[in-house]
Write a protein that binds this ligand. Structure first.
Ligand code: 13P
Length: 335
């Protein structure tokens, strides 16, 4: 493992106030997003939409890299330039989602475990050849009556750690993403408890798999009240809980933390990130930035709606959202 090379990539991804654009929706999930704006889920429409995002001029001022889906890393834009090349030409590092999805966890009703370890070494070698320098694996933790279970925490943490070790062996920076879902009625205290437990167990497994933490990025969920919780904590409270959780559980040597948006509105996701960085102090050891999908793509997708004449304005909206989040990653966002 070339530790120095991994560290350099990881720092490029999370440093300097830049963040990561997640466009790694599977074909069915991309289809749902396109359907929301009345666009059919065809190969050409997915290609044109992703070309719009990855080719947006000036995006690299705020976005260091983008996470692609298997189909996208193998596709070229309408002019024949492969997407990894489009990205490097536009100043961004190509990344790739490598898990094969969250599946029902046997014996654990209502819980999931993420699959994709079989054959991963070979797939990583192929993705490296295609230009990928970082990867993502998303685990899903559901909060509910009597869950998460010990089996869910452990199964997902183990898989994330095995994935991360394989990535580093291949010269690829792992983003480890244990997403605590916002579905349900639980409050911020319960979210805090589960998120802390998730991270404690994750870092124990990363240690046991000998993962090099300065060459790893944590993709975390913020600590929030659930969508159907009767209370909604204010931005300052969310930032305080989230920062406390991270400081209590994430080793200082981790290269950086990038949040998912998890269904928060685009502006709220920016406000939360900004407040977290405003509250961060000299004792906060890592850069804290964004790795949003919906909260970055939303306005651009809605405006584009499949119409070629809307591409330029949709790209402007994407670059604007990214710039607002880059300001938030420095704690300098103003609405
Ligand atoms: P959202 O920002 O839409 O939650 O997506 C981030 C992501 O990559 C989920 O795996």
């Amino acid at each position: 493992m070339n530790q120095a090379a991994l560290e350099t990539i990881a720092q490029d991804l999370v440093g300097g106030g830049r963040g990561i654009l997640a466009i790694d929706e599977s074909t069915p999930t991309c289809g749902k997003r396109l359907a929301d704006v009345g666009v059919d889920n065809t190969d050409d429409n997915r290609r044109d939409y992703r070309a719009l995002l990855l080719g947006a001029a000036g995006l690299s001022e705020s976005v260091s890299g983008a996470i692609l889906y298997d189909e996208t890393i193998r596709t070229a834009d309408a002019g024949g330039t492969p997407f990894p090349q489009v990205m490097t030409d536009n100043g961004m590092i190509p990344g790739i989602k490598v898990d094969t999805g969250a599946k029902d966890l046997a014996g654990h009703p209502g819980e999931k475990v993420t699959e994709g370890l079989d054959g991963l070494r070979d797939r990583l070698a192929e993705y490296y050849e295609m230009g990928a320098r970082f990867a993502k694996w998303r685990a899903v933790i559901t909060i509910g009556e009597g869950i998460p279970s010990d089996g869910c925490y452990e199964g997902n943490a183990h898989a994330l750690a095995r994935y991360a070790a394989l990535c580093q062996e291949a010269g690829i920076v792992p983003i480890v993403e244990p997403e605590v879902l916002y579905d349900g009625e639980h409050d911020i205290d319960r979210c805090y408890e589960v998120t802390c437990e998730t991270l404690v167990r994750l870092f124990a497994h990363l240690r046991s798999q000998r993962v090099h933490l300065p060459g790893l990025i944590l993709k975390a969920s913020m600590v929030l009240d659930a969508k159907d919780c009767p209370q909604t904590s204010d931005v300052a409270t969310v930032a305080e809980y989230t920062l406390r959780c991270l400081k209590n559980t994430v080793p200082a040597t981790v290269s950086g933390i990038a949040f998912l948006s998890g269904g928060q509105s685009d502006v709220l996701a920016t406000e939360h990130l900004n407040e977290i960085n405003r509250q961060a102090d000299d004792h906060t050891p890592w850069p804290i930035t964004f790795s949003y999908a919906r909260a970055l793509q939303g306005p651009a997708l809605k405006h584009w709606a499949g119409k070629p004449e809307n591409v330029a304005e949709a790209q402007r909206l994407l670059v604007h959202r990214a710039a607002m989040n880059s300001a938030a990653a420095r704690g300098e966002y103003r609405a």
